[in-house]
Design a protein around this ligand. Structure first.
Ligand SMILES: Nc1ncnc2c1ncn2[C@@H]1O[C@H](COP(=O)(O)OP(=O)(O)OP(=O)(O)O)[C@@H](O)[C@H]1O
Length: 234
């Protein structure tokens, strides 16, 4: 089977600085790939490189064998990329409804409707569509960011630290929702995650990053404590 997403020797830059270096990996359809590594190793840059948001990149990025490197961000989104950035990127002065609608603008089919799935899995959002997003808690904002990304009708969800800054009791809840989206709805995912426990439960494959390079990858069962110790502890 051909990979859903692949990086072939990708190098990505901010200004003249190389952040990702000769980065290669493949991800299968239906997979949840967890990207792990210490702070500052390039995990967010990986997400931004997929979306075409770094200053420049070389090498080939493909979705379903179609090369997307070189294409602008909105065209990449049309290939079925839903992005939940670090810090969530919620517009505080917009309502919950308006924030979700922003996701629909990136849809390939141009449908301006909020897909039913966005509200079915997040009852709080459904009941608070006219609430100003700035009034939501951290966990609710994360739900909103996920709903906005789902409004793109993605085949791949990119989630940058979805559990960061969220109360510990909600971390589990977010993890369960992501697992459901992946296992039951078949949405493929790339997730950067600091919580090893969440990553082990959620991911079926892992990519370990250090200093902008892939230093280990494989099935989640192969992510040994020794690898975690070597590449994640400070
Ligand atoms: N906009 C930018 N301009 C220049 N350098 C940047 C920019 N964004 C990130 N960097 C640098 O790129 C490197 C990788 O940062 P990145 O945010 O991708 O790491 P990360 O693994 O996601 O870290 P964290 O877990 O802290 O989010 C860091 O050295 C950072 O200083």
């Amino acid at each position: 089977m051909n990979p859903l997403l692949s990086f072939d020797n990708v190098t990505s830059y901010y200004g003249a600085t190389r952040i990702l270096k000769d980065f290669s990996f493949e991800m299968e359809k239906g997979q949840c790939l967890c990207v792990l590594g210490r702070n500052g190793v390039g995990k967010t840059t990986l997400m931004r490189t997929i979306m075409g948001l770094t200053d420049r990149s070389t090498g080939a990025i493909r979705i379903n064998d179609v090369e997307i490197s070189g294409q602008p961000t909105h065209v990449r989104a049309h290939h079925g990329l839903g992005y939940v950035p670090q810090g969530r990127g919620i517009l505080s002065n917009f309502t919950v409804r308006e924030n979700i609608l922003l996701g629909t603008f990136a849809r390939a089919d141009k449908s301006g409707e909020i897909p039913e799935i966005c509200l079915r899995i997040f009852p709080y959002l459904k009941e608070n569509l006219d609430r100003r997003a700035g009034l939501l808690s951290g966990g609710q904002k994360q739900q909103l960011a996920i709903a906005r990304a789902l409004a793109v009708d993605p085949q791949i969800l990119l989630l940058d630290e979805p559990t960061e800054g969220i109360q510990p009791n909600i971390v589990h809840e977010i993890g369960e929702i992501l697992k459901m989206l992946n296992r039951e709805l078949g949405i493929s995912m790339v997730v950067t995650e600091q919580h090893i426990k969440v990553a082990r439960k959620l991911g079926d494959a892992f990519l370990m990053v250090d200093n902008g390079r892939v230093v280990a990858r494989g099935g989640m069962a192969e992510m040994t404590d020794e690898l975690v110790e070597r590449h994640m502890t400070i």
